[in-house]
Design a binder for this molecule. Structure first.
Ligand code: ADP
Length: 247
């Protein structure tokens, strides 16, 4: 519990700081982006300066992605929840990521049926979690492997499992994966925010993330989320609380 409180404190103070910085940084970024757009519109197709402007535009987009991640990270607790079909969400996410998985020698295995209970949550945020986990799995398998996406419901909870047969993680990495800005990826590839953001989102849903990993063996991330259907004897809020309080 001590550990959890420290973790929550760390996350919330970083969240506050992040929200402030993100707002300040977003405005000039939007400016750079639109001025670049204006210059691009004035450049002829053959103009050698186009390449430079395109680079500025791409880097600006990347910076605003990072900022938006930070914003999402700090903006917990004020989203509207509704029942979310995990099957539809997983199908959509895989379709969205098709281009990121194509051209790799990664085999995608789907192991979920249509009898999953709906989750009580925010579809966009939950999709972000699944997306982060899938992209991490892809990055862990530079020479190919198997990416398995599974989901099961049990009672009032749904568990999503994203496994890879990739590089895996030693213990000292596992201990730090949820730390904001912790990354082992090369500069320009990883922000170290993916799992910190995902962790925050899962917490906000009253769920839990579990990880199992070993170097050379691959990793499995398991996300357990409270279902949307209240158990017979309790109101929805109480059901969610009960799940959140289980550990
Ligand atoms: P990023 O992907 O930008 O590095 P994340 O917070 O998503 O940030 O991940 C943090 C780190 O956790 C990664 O840099 C990597 O070292 C490790 N990691 C996450 N997922 C996996 C995975 N599936 N296999 C191996 N390592 C992983």
């Amino acid at each position: 519990l001590e550990e959890q409180i420290r973790e929550a404190d760390k996350l919330s103070s970083i969240g506050l700081l992040a929200a402030g910085v993100a707002h300040e940084v977003n405005t000039p970024l939007a400016g750079i982006s639109s001025y670049t757009q204006m210059l691009l519109a004035e450049c002829g197709e053959q103009d050698p300066r186009r390449t430079i402007l395109e680079k500025i535009r791409r880097q600006t987009l990347r910076a605003s992605d990072i900022v938006n991640n930070l914003l999402n990270f700090s903006r917990t607790g004020n989203s509207t929840f509704a029942p979310v079909s995990m099957r539809a969400l997983l199908d959509d996410t895989l379709q969205l990521l098709e281009t990121h998985l194509r051209g790799t020698s990664i085999e995608v295995v789907r192991r979920y049926g249509d009898n999953l209970a709906p989750v009580w949550g925010h579809a966009g945020k939950l999709q972000q979690v699944v997306m982060n986990l899938i992209l991490n799995a892809r990055d862990a398998m530079p020479h190919g492997g198997v990416l398995t996406i599974a989901a099961t419901s049990e009672g009032n909870a749904v568990t999503i499992e994203i496994s890879d047969t990739g590089v895996g993680m030693p213990d000292d990495v596992i201990h730090r994966i949820y730390d904001p800005f912790f990354t082992t990826k090369e500069v320009g590839r990883g922000t170290g925010l993916g799992l910190a953001v995902s962790y925050g989102i899962v917490q906000e849903h009253g769920g839990h993330v579990f990880v199992e990993s070993a170097p050379g063996k691959g990793s499995t991330f398991r996300v357990k989320l409270p279902g949307a259907v209240p158990s017979p004897s309790s109101a929805r809020g109480q059901a969610a609380e009960a799940v959140a309080g289980q550990n």
